[in-house]
Design a protein around this ligand. Structure first.
Ligand code: ZN
Length: 130
């Protein structure tokens, strides 16, 4: 298993990690298989979406904020319930097919770490199955 470290700089942001995951696939030497990507955190998540127009990730963040506002009424006393809920909505793991030694992403797709309670140091665990 490979561990990628990502330092986030804002409370909420999407950080593209496609190149970091691709580096891991390349180093593994696996030509055909599955890449499992996982974040061991409760207030960040992962998603695959468009990496060409940055307004797409801005729209996802702003709509999540409307659904689950930071200042809403929650029971959890730590003050970051919105971050826990947003991370559960997006999920903590992804699987991407590897073929010809590369991630089989669509033309406009990128892999994003989704920070909801930063800035923090985040870990992304990558396991490659051949
Ligand atoms: Zn909490």
């Amino acid at each position: 298993m490979e561990k990628i470290i990502v330092k986030t700089t804002r409370r909420q942001e999407f950080i593209e990690i496609t190149h970091l995951v691709e580096d891991t696939v390349r180093k593994s030497g696996v030509k055909s298989g599955v890449c499992c990507i996982y974040v061991p955190h409760t207030t960040c998540g992962l998603t695959i979406n468009e990496n060409a127009d940055p307004s797409v990730k801005a729209d996802i963040l702003s709509q999540l904020e409307k659904l689950v506002p930071e200042g809403g009424r929650y029971s959890h006393s730590e003050g970051n319930s919105d971050a826990h809920i947003k991370s559960s909505i997006l999920g903590h793991s992804l699987s991407v097919i590897i073929e010809d030694g590369t991630l089989q992403l669509g033309t406009w797709q990128g892999i994003f770490l989704c920070e909801f309670d930063g800035p923090r140091t985040r870990y992304v665990w990558v396991k490659i199955l051949s």
